[in-house]
Design a binder for this molecule. Sequence first.
Ligand code: NAP
Length: 309
Amino acid sequence: MTDILFERIALIGIGLIGSSIARDVKELGLAHEVVISTRSAETLKRAEELELGTAYTTSAADAVKNADLVIISVPVGASGSVAEHIAPSLKPGAIVTDVGSTKASVIAQMAPHIPQNVHFIPGHPLAGTEKSGPDAGFTGLFRDRWCIFTPLPGTNAEALAQLRSFWERLGSRIDEMDAEHHDKVLAIVSHLPHIIAYNIVGTADDLGTVTESEVIKYSASGFRDFTRLAASDPTMWRDVCLHNKDAILEMLARFSEDLAYLQRAIRWGEGDKLFELFSRTRDIRRSIVQAGQDVDAANFGRPTPDAKP
Ligand code: NAP
């Protein structure tokens, strides 16, 4: 049985996500040809040095010619211009997908440009790190992680099944939902935590009474766990905030209400309310571990002082 799923795959954008896909495709032998395209000559050169594909070009339009699968892995704010640029060169019958962290906006930007004879299936792998660029990618990033498709009405079932097989080979579990629902779910599980992290790290940075060196020195008390999220790519997260505005503002409003409740409980010494909330949230951590979405290791598995290297 051959491992080849697509004769030719074009990867547009070769940062953390694009290069992780490239590494898996190469390791698993899922395509004969992998054409890599990125806008800067510098990133393209790095992708070539890392031998992530079989051909390299800064022209996305050239990259997609004759490609059976096109995966767009650029910041969500750039997805419309990329779609417009590649549209005339897409092969009839090709599948075009993306990995963007917001879906309604990506569909609104891309769908008007994609020709009728091409299957456009928006997607979002829920996997990543705070690093960016082609060096940040690694094989197995998508293993045991969810990949959400937000197919448009009337999507070709065979194309959907082919894309599903592709992500399953990368180790992902697949879910399908509509784009608006995706954007609400991601607003709470991903976008709000990042905004809170950016905010708390920013607040600490602005504090006049505690010096920056103290914040860094004592960061293991909790602060440093926020800094991982707050070190995420500024371009990507600016675009996520601007392109999932409504859902994020809705979740922020809920968050602010709940924070006011907590603030009041602290002010009035209502320990029972604090205890009830802190017990409930501890159970959520247990459920995440049970669902295989994290390991049950203290302190996120960071080595303890007496652990062997
Ligand atoms: P990344 O490492 O920063 O790589 C971004 C890629 O997009 C690079 O190839 C870059 O090209 C290109 N690019 C940047 N701005 C562009 C523009 N205006 N027009 C065309 N190309 C542009 O980003 P990433 O982390 O792989 O994220 C890519 C996508 O995946 C984003 O839509 C993000 O929402 C989504 N996503 C990210 C994560 C995560 O944890 N990082 C998880 C799931 C989904 P040059 O380097 O040549 O400029």
